[in-house]
Design a protein around this ligand. Structure first.
Ligand SMILES: *[C@@H]1O[C@H](CO)[C@@H](O)[C@H](O)[C@H]1NC(C)=O
Ligand SMILES: *[C@@H]1O[C@H](CO)[C@@H](O)[C@H](O)[C@H]1NC(C)=O
Length: 359
């Protein structure tokens, strides 16, 4: 490959370096902006100067807290896979490529519902990742929530704080400082939209904190309890944000440019927990670079389902191909004394349906 004479020496940190710079140039011209999401493809090689698209404030935070940045970078995979899980049966399936330095390509030029979801779950992801890293003692800058000390009460009576409470407040503060920094430098409607969805995402993590307790006392009578506040599995946040996506509110910027009004008179005004968006989504049926759609050609669909994963909806009426594949599963498992379970390999024929591509 030809070497770009302007490439810095650390080009090897980037996947397919020259291609990356090429893309940075082209996408930059087209107005697709890079974001901290790119850190996810750098692994532990996050260096504050090799992440394109960080604004000055983000670069400062990055230099001050390189370990935190590595954690955030590693966490990108977690929220991305949660996003894919939530949309696995949809035409838009949260497919992102690390090749593109903003992960989602031109999708982000739109101000659609999907983009609202991506901002919310990425910002939620940072909170979850950071709070967990703090609790596990991976970072010098934080640990368990220091305010959860002494004794307290809940509906069942008094208890004493013990163990490690996830320091979500700290994670939310840092996430806000870092994630929102970019939008804080801009003052347009899209920045308002991103900020709103970022915050909705952060709040979604805090919502699922639960008090977990250990019982002490005579024969487990639970007369004495030690408790701590723990975050729920990130799946809960993903499911919650997915519901918010379904009920997302289409908005317009108000006349002062400071907030939103509902775009349609019959829509409710958005609350702080709602996701908001400006633009209707494309149908994501066909590959269309300009709208960030990769199309549904080649996607698996369910022939009997009447839902969005059904071949009719998924393939947008283009029809589908069926191929027979064989699958091996464990079957007729028997327990042998003592102590083994032995199974046979069973071969199963299975029809797989995939959407035809556009012609
Ligand atoms: C994701 O998109 C890329 C193109 O951007 C495509 O090559 C890849 O097959 C897609 N993956 C899935 C699972 O749809
Ligand atoms: C396909 O859809 C039907 C009906 O919704 C469902 O019962 C079945 O489990 C689905 N099959 C797969 C492979 O997801």
């Amino acid at each position: 490959t030809p070497v770009n004479p302007r490439s810095p020496a650390n080009m090897n940190f980037l996947p397919s370096g020259s291609c990356f710079y090429f893309c940075a140039l082209i996408c930059g011209l087209a107005g697709v902006e890079a974001s901290w999401w790119y850190m996810g493809s750098l692994g532990s090689r996050v260096m504050c100067d090799n992440v394109p698209g960080l604004v000055i404030r983000q670069r400062q935070l990055c230099r001050q807290q390189p370990r935190v940045m590595q954690a955030i970078g590693a966490g990108v995979q977690d929220w991305l896979s949660e996003c894919r899980h939530q949309f696995r049966n949809h035409r838009w399936n949260c497919n992102a490529t690390a090749r593109e330095h903003n992960l989602f390509g031109r999708l982000l030029l739109r101000s659609s519902r999907e983009v609202a979801f991506v901002y919310a779950i990425s910002s939620a992801g940072v909170v979850h990742t950071l709070a967990r890293a703090c609790s596990q003692g991976q970072l010098d800058s934080c640990s368990c929530d220091p305010t959860k000390r002494g004794s307290s009460r809940d509906a069942r009576g008094s208890f004493s704080w013990g163990g490690c409470s996830d320091h979500v407040e700290h994670a939310m503060r840092f996430s806000q400082l870092f994630v929102d920094a970019k939008e804080k430098t801009e003052r347009d409607g899209r920045a308002l939209m991103n900020l709103h969805n970022n915050r909705a995402g952060r709040k979604a993590v805090k919502r699922f904190m639960t008090l977990e307790c250990k019982c002490h006392g005579v024969s487990g009578s639970c007369s004495v309890r030690t408790c701590w506040l723990a975050m729920a599995d990130f799946r809960r946040t993903g499911e919650h944000l997915r519901k918010r996506y379904d009920g997302a509110v289409q908005v317009a910027v108000n006349q002062y440019g400071t907030g939103f009004t509902a775009a349609h008179t019959h829509f409710k005004r958005p609350s702080k927990n709602d996701l908001v968006y400006f633009e209707d989504s494309p149908d994501y049926c066909i590959r269309d670079q300009d709208s960030g759609s990769v199309g549904t050609g080649g996607r698996a669909c369910n022939r009997t389902s009447r839902g969005v994963d059904g071949c009719e909806v998924m393939c947008c009426g283009r029809g589908y191909d069926t191929s027979r594949v064989s699958r091996t599963t464990k079957c007729e498992c028997k327990f042998h004394w003592c102590c083994a379970v032995r199974c046979r390999d069973c071969h199963q024929q299975l029809d797989v349906h995939t959407c035809k591509g556009q012609t």
